[in-house]
Design a protein around this ligand. Structure first.
Ligand code: ATP
Ligand code: MG
Length: 225
């Protein structure tokens, strides 16, 4: 079924482009989910997939198992048909390199479809430490979203990268399959997984920071204690 969306100009737009958001999701929270739905509403991409990593390359080991993080991501996305979870990094095991994931998805969707990788400003600023980072735009666009507490303070390597790939308008991300960088300001939500883990450890409430079914899962399995 093709859903046509009506814009302000009242012209129907056919949703196109696949958006993905990688992360540890330890646990998934409303900062991730609100980002996802705002992006889908603004841009009319056809879908957005959360891609939980198996083993983060630049972080300590997650505090709960990959299958538990996956389960929570599934619970969190079940209420919006446009959202889903892609388990390929968990299935692949080993260190989760984004470049491998993008290459994989690109080979599945073909050369023409627009692929948009959504990442927060904090992740974007760490990009030069990622494996083969300059090659990411070969497979996808980068859609960098604002995150409270993080300013776009670009080191020279990243500013040169942005100069090369910055899109003239967000529309370019839907017209080309890959190769552009775009910055978007969204509703600021100062929520992080580390904050939720810290609250749970102190036995304080984590309510309203994440979907209720995820909160229940955490309580039921006594995670982050
Ligand atoms: P941790 O505190 O453990 O680092 P986190 O909250 O940063 O967790 P991640 O799983 O590391 O969550 O983030 C996945 C992606 O979502 C990253 O690109 C990150 O920048 C983005 N993101 C996370 N929280 C927010 C938020 N509140 N607003 C915007 N983007 C966010
Ligand atoms: Mg983080």
């Amino acid at each position: 079924m093709v859903i046509l969306v009506t814009t302000e100009a009242n012209k129907p737009v056919k949703p196109s482009g696949l958006a993905i958001m990688g992360g540890t999701f330890d646990p998934v929270h409303n900062g991730h989910l609100r980002t996802a739905v705002e992006i889908l509403d603004h841009y009319h991409y056809s879908a957005l997939k959360l891609v939980p990593c198996f083993q983060p390359v630049h972080k300590d080991r997650p505090s709960v198992s990959a299958l538990q993080r996956l389960e929570m991501a599934k619970l969190a996305t079940s209420s919006d048909v446009r959202l889903s979870v892609d388990a390929r990094e968990i299935d692949r095991e080993g260190p989760s390199y984004t470049i491998d994931t993008l290459r994989d998805i690109r080979s599945e969707i073909g050369a023409e479809e627009s692929l948009i990788m959504v990442l927060g400003m904090d992740s974007f600023l760490s990009l030069p430490t990622w494996h083969d980072w300059q090659q990411l735009v070969k497979y996808a666009h980068l859609l960098v979203v604002s995150r409270p507490g993080w300013e776009p303070d670009l080191i020279s390597e990243l500013s040169a990268f942005c100069e090369n790939y910055r899109a003239a308008s967000s529309h370019e991300l839907q017209c080309a399959p890959s190769g552009r960088v775009w910055f978007e300001t969204l509703t600021p939500l100062g929520i992080s997984s580390s904050m939720i883990r810290a609250l749970a450890r102190k036995n304080e409430s984590i309510a309203y920071l994440l979907p209720e079914p995820v909160q229940q899962y955490i309580e039921q399995h006594q995670l982050y204690r």
